[in-house]
Every structure is written in structure tokens, then in C-alpha cells.
Design a protein around this ligand. Structure first.
Ligand SMILES: Nc1ncnc2c1ncn2[C@@H]1O[C@H](COP(=O)(O)OP(=O)(O)OP(=O)(O)O)[C@@H](O)[C@H]1O
Length: 411
């Protein structure tokens, strides 16, 4: 098939970030087959045509084709015109001839082995091409996301980070030994690890170095430790040895993800709110861009692993799941406390707090050091937005940050 449309071409680099865009131009568009039977989309641009092989991975955005607009994204393209590196190419076709756009959409969808085209929204194309000589890739299946949670066992830790390398990681070469020329890490909180300088790995403690070595070896690693044991610092060191284009940094809550400059694990996985059971989640994860993320990921970092629950079920940590045993190949517990070094009593108290073993006297002592609240000590928290809220004198008017939309709505 052959027709004319206004075509906007955007090019991305190998990591999928767009680096160049050409404004929409009236262009002859042709869908043809090459000698091997592979469908190729040819844009008759000048000085030479651009031929894009219609094989996986290709994502169609066909919901607006009937309104005269069709989008598509080709990943890992090597073309005659751009010989050097694999590219991501995104096309936006607009045409008064909506029938032609719908026809092209349906042909592409069909020739890639797709099912019926949805009337609206993204049209994800299965990643196996019937016409390609390559064997089709296995779609993501429920077993890829098997996270069945078992009966809880005693929780070994609270704040923790998990790294999944899956053996495919190609780490950056080992650090040269000197610290990079950038500012030092601020102590205290897990503020923006992503924006922190590359830590280098030589000034790490032996246990931190062991974790980095395991990551370099492509193991799936879990690391944890009390407050101030250098988890954030270790995470920064791990991130500095991994290639950013294939490393995905996630956390279980939006707040923790923001601090890392990453996304929530749900957003990365493409499972929405993780509703509808494992098969439904796997189906959602296998669509469009989330499937591409899964396939591109050589390393996955998950920071903060709070206990989770399904409905009114009992809360359980992910390391209490049988899937944990299958996935995690090494655990590292950081034992040396750096931040509170020298205050053994406080370190011990933080350790007990972490496992819920602090005594009533210790909790009282901590309460005593908190800023005073307005009103009687046992009064319930005033509800914001009800007019009952009064800033506590002499007061620090605090900002409330919520990680869940429901809490914001309820606040
Ligand atoms: N190997 C190390 N050598 C010297 N100082 C270190 C080392 N590792 C961590 N630190 C310092 O210890 C302090 C606490 O580190 P970090 O914030 O990484 O701990 P954390 O375990 O993430 O703490 P929290 O659980 O409270 O978030 C920081 O000031 C950090 O620079």
C-alpha cells in the first residue's frame, strides 16, 4: 500500500531518549515486503528513503487513526540512513485520508501477528513477528511475576534494598580508585541518591564492598541494615557501577522513588494498581512500553520493601514469600553504624525500634524529645480542612507528605 501523509520523524538514542526531531513533512509512505518476506515501511524522504523493518519491537499508537493520526515507535532500528548505532524511531503520521491510516495500522498489526485492533487507546503489538526469521519472543507470563506471599515469618529487617541483576548485567568497568570530582554526600537521610555524586567503591566498608562485588557478578542481591549503616551510600555506589540505560531504579512508594530519582515499582512494571490477580498483572506488564522496559532492563533496583497486604489479609514482607527464596541469591546485612558512631546507647535503641522491641521507657524518652503539640497530650490529631487544625505554639507548622492518594483525599 502507498499513500501520502504528513510525517513527523523523531529519533532516539539506544536508551530510548529522543535526541532529534524533524518537523512534519508531506511524504510518500509505502508498506512493502522485502525478499525475505519481511514487511518494511518505506518513507520516501530526500535525499534518500528511510526503510523501517516492521518487526518487533514495534509499538503502534493507533487509537486516533480514524481521526487522521497514527503513531508508531520502532525500537533498536538499524537503517541504511543511520548506520552507526541502534536507534529508536518514532513516527507520527497525519493525513486527511483516515481510511489509509486505518488500513496501514491494521496491516501492520496483522503482519506482526496482532489480535483485533482496539477502537481507542494504544494498540500494543505482540513482540513476535510471524514474518521474521527470528523466533518470536516469549510474551511476559504470570510466572515472570510470581510473587505469592506466604505466611509471615519473623521480619529480619525494615529498610532494605533489593537489586536484581539476573545474570545479564554488564557492569561498568571497576572504578579507578579515586573519588569523582563532585560534592560529598550529605549525611542523614536518603535524599536524592540519584543526584548524589558517584561514590566510587574503594572507600566502602568490607561488607559494602561485598555487596558491590555481588552486583558486579550479576547476582540478585538483597541488602539491609540499621539506620546509618550506609545503605544509601551503598546504593549510590551500586548505581555508579551499572550502565544507566539498562538499570531501572524503583521503590515501593512514590515518596521513596522520588528520593531516588526513580519510579515506583508498579509504574516500572506496568501493572497499574496491581489489581486483578497475577495473570491480569502479567498481561498488563506485557503490553507496549512496559514490555519494552522489562526486556531492556538488565538491572532492577527496588528500594524500601515495606510489608504489603492484599485486601484485609495479614501484612507480610516480600522476603517472606517463597518467590523470594527462588529470586534472591545473596543477602548482605550492613552492621557498622556510621551516622551515630560513638553513641552506643542510641544505636542500640534504634536497633530495637527497628524490630519493634523498644521498651515503654525508651518510647517515652523519645516522645519526651518530640516537639510539643497543641492541646492535651492525648487529644487526637486535628483534622486538616475541618477548621479544627491549630498550629501548635510555639510551633512548628509541619508539612504533611503522603505517599498514597487516598491519604491525601482523606486529609
Ligand atoms: N563506608 C563508609 N565510610 C564512611 N562513612 C560512611 C560509609 N558508609 C556510610 N557512611 C556515612 O554514614 C552516614 C549514613 O549513611 P547512609 O545515609 O548511607 O545510611 P543509611 O543506612 O541509608 O541510613 P538510613 O537508614 O537512616 O537512611 C553518612 O554520613 C555516610 O556518608
Amino acid at each position: 500500500m502507498r499513500f501520502t501523509a504528513k510525517v513527523k520523524v523523531e529519533q532516539g538514542d539506544a536508551s530510548g531518549s529522543f535526541v532529534a526531531a524533524q518537523p512534519p513533512k508531506e511524504t510518500m509512505v509505502e508498506l512493502c515486503r522485502d525478499a525475505c518476506g519481511l514487511h518494511t515501511l518505506v518513507l520516501h524522504t530526500k535525499p534518500r528513503p528511510l526503510a523501517l523493518p516492521c518487526k518487533a519491537p514495534l509499538v503502534l499508537y493507533g487509537g486516533s487513526a480514524a481521526q487522521g493520526r497514527l503513531g508508531m515507535r520502532f525500537l533498536a532500528v538499524k537503517t541504511e540512513a543511520w548506520r552507526s548505532v541502534p536507534r529508536c524511531v518514532q513516527l507520527t503520521l497525519t493525513s486527511a485520508d483516515a481510511a489509509a491510516l486505518c488500513g496501514l495500522r491494521d496491516r501492520l498489526h496483522a503482519c506482526l501477528g496482532g489480535g483485533p485492533v482496539k477502537a481507542s487507546g494504544h494498540v500494543p503489538v505482540p513482540t513476535g513477528s510471524k514474518t521474521s526469521a527470528q523466533p518470536p519472543r516469549r510474551p511476559l507470563a504470570a510466572r515472570d511475576l510470581n510473587v505469592t506471599v506466604s505466611e509471615p515469618r519473623p521480619a529480619p529487617s525494615l529498610a532494605s534494598t533489593c537489586f536484581f541483576g539476573g545474570g545479564q548485567v554488564k557492569p561498568r568497568p571497576a572504578a579507578s580508585g579515586s573519588r569523582p570530582a563532585s560534592s560529598a554526600v550529605s549525611s542523614g537521610s536518603r535524599r536524592s541518591v540519584a543526584s548524589r555524586p558517584c561514590q566510587g567503591v574503594t572507600d566502602l566498608s568490607p561488607e559494602q564492598q561485598r555487596a558491590v562485588a555481588l552486583v558486579r557478578a550479576g547476582k540478585n542481591v538483597f541488602f539491609t541494615g540499621c539506620a546509618g549503616t550506609g545503605k544509601s551510600r551503598l546504593l549510590a555506589a551500586i548505581m555508579s557501577v551499572l550502565p544507566p540505560s539498562t538499570t531501572f531504579v524503583t521503590a515501593s512508594t512514590g515518596l521513596a522513588a522520588c528520593a531516588l530519582g526513580g519510579t515506583t515499582i508498579h509504574a516500572f512494571a506496568g501493572v497499574g494498581r496491581a489489581e486483578g490477580g497475577i495473570d491480569a498483572m502479567a498481561a498488563r506488564a506485557g503490553l507496549g512500553e512496559s514490555a519494552q522496559r522489562w526486556r531492556r532492563a538488565a538491572a532492577l533496583i527496588i528500594d524500601e520493601l515495606p510489608p504489603v497486604t492484599r485486601g484485609s489479609g495479614r501484612r507480610a514482607f516480600c522476603f517472606q514469600s517463597p518467590a523470594w527464596e527462588r529470586c534472591v541469591q545473596a543477602s548482605v546485612v550492613l552492621s557498622r553504624v556510621y551516622r551515630q558512631a560513638g553513641d552506643e546507647g542510641f544505636i542500640a535503641l534504634l536497633g530495637r525500634l527497628r524490630v519493634g522491641a523498644a521498651t515503654a521507657a525508651e518510647l517515652e524518652e523519645l516522645q519526651r524529645r518530640c516537639a510539643p503539640r497543641a492541646g492535651p497530650a492525648d487529644a487526637p490529631d486535628p483534622a486538616p480542612g475541618t477548621g479544627a487544625f491549630a498550629p501548635p505554639p510555639p510551633a512548628v507548622l509541619s508539612t504533611h507528605l503522603f505517599t498514597h492518594r487516598a491519604d491525601v483525599d482523606a486529609a
